[in-house]
Design a protein around this ligand. Structure first.
Ligand code: ZN
Length: 367
């Protein structure tokens, strides 16, 4: 969800704020974009230009809904993916009727971190020597944004890390970082590996001692997934989480690897089992999104581990492949607790869309 911290002071918007005037804003109903990210950039510009804050009310592969951060406000944009894979604005309420009069005055800091990353470097060259106050002054003068000191300090660090050399320095410090963790918390399971020839970074796996201990008191359920890291070096973050007795998600372990592939998942699953021996000694369910590399690597799992697929992922792929209206059929089949119920719900789908029923039937039921 994209929200920004409300600021009580109203911004001073001067006519000479040319940078603010040049920002794009106010899209049109029916306007087409190449991708959802292009639409988000435009909405971010619009919010900075007109001084309001928005949030993502709903988003999936096919649509996005942005609303004003004030719940009662009618401001809203909805965009859907078209059959030609463009993104089209299908609902546009461009006027605010925020509670407390005017959301534009109430939320004077509209800029999100992603917006600041794109726009601040165009107006200020950020180096280690840049003072946080200079960043705040630049944003106030150029865009009428009253950025709090803490946020300005954060964007400075983010932009410094964005540079290639800054990120290289981060990799060089990794072995010291591992040594500090091992010294302060020796029970942490941590593995750092380098490429043989170049001694450059290959992979890192961390499972804190607290996660190892917590897992003993949790349901023996683990969900694993991977995601791209938004850095200049192409890396992937692999994660394992569980659910504690309060129903909260608990991070068990994470790894930074080259990509999601059979070898990296094998590395992750082997280390996960070594870090948390209860996975091997007691029955544990491991849920994933059917990544091909993960399926190929699952042979390293102990016999105590039962693999399951995440129905939310299955449903997302299913409605992307077929159509959104079949989601209710999917859930009726997925949640059938008897064979008779499964067969009747599958038959209903077969009558509506035979290919969709065949697609679901081809998913290995033993996984
Ligand atoms: Zn509003």
């Amino acid at each position: 969800m994209t929200t920004t911290t409300p600021c009580t002071k109203a911004p001073i918007i001067l006519p000479e704020m040319s940078a603010l005037a040049q920002l794009s804003g106010l899209p049109a109903l029916g306007e087409l974009f190449n991708a959802f990210t292009d639409l988000k950039e435009l909405v971010e510009n619009w919010s900075v230009k007109q001084k309001f804050s928005f949030k993502i009310a709903d988003k999936d592969h096919e649509r996005v809904i942005y609303t004003c951060v004030v719940p009662e406000c009618q401001w809203r944009i909805r965009a859907n993916q078209t059959e030609e894979s463009n993104v089209k604005i299908t609902v546009l309420n461009s006027e605010h009727n925020c509670l407390l009069g005017d959301g534009r005055k109430r939320y004077s800091v509209s800029s999100s971190l992603s917006w600041l990353r794109r726009h601040l470097p165009r107006h200020l060259h950020i180096t280690q020597a840049t003072k946080t106050q200079e960043i705040m002054d630049c944003l106030r003068v150029q865009f009428g944004e009253l950025l709090p000191y803490k946020s300005a300090s954060r964007i400075k660090n983010t932009l410094l890390e964005d540079t290639l050399e800054g990120q290289r320095d981060g990799f060089r410090l990794l072995s010291s970082y591992v040594a500090v963790i091992q010294q302060s918390n020796p029970a942490t399971y941590i593995r750092l590996s380098s490429h043989h020839n170049t001694d450059s970074f290959q992979r890192l796996f961390i499972c804190p001692a607290e996660s190892q201990e917590s897992f003993r008191h949790c349901l023996h359920f683990i969900a694993v997934d991977g995601m791209f890291l938004k850095t200049l070096f192409i890396q992937t973050l692999l994660l394992a989480v569980t659910i504690d007795s309060n129903g909260h998600t608990l991070l068990l372990a994470w790894a930074v690897v080259e990509s999601e592939n059979a070898s990296s998942w094998e590395y992750f699953l082997l280390n996960l089992q070594l870090a948390i021996p209860e996975i091997i000694t007691e029955a544990t369910t491991l849920m994933s999104d059917r990544d091909k590399g993960l399926i190929a690597a699952s042979y390293v799992l102990a016999p105590t581990v039962i693999c399951a697929f995440c129905c939310q992922h299955l449903k997302d792929n299913f409605i992307t492949r077929y159509r959104r209206g079949l989601a209710s059929n999917f859930w009726a089949i997925a949640q059938a607790y008897s064979i008779a119920k499964y067969e009747s719900t599958m038959l209903a789908l077969q009558e509506t869309k035979p290919a969709a029923a065949e697609y679901l039937q081809n998913i290995d039921p033993t996984l």
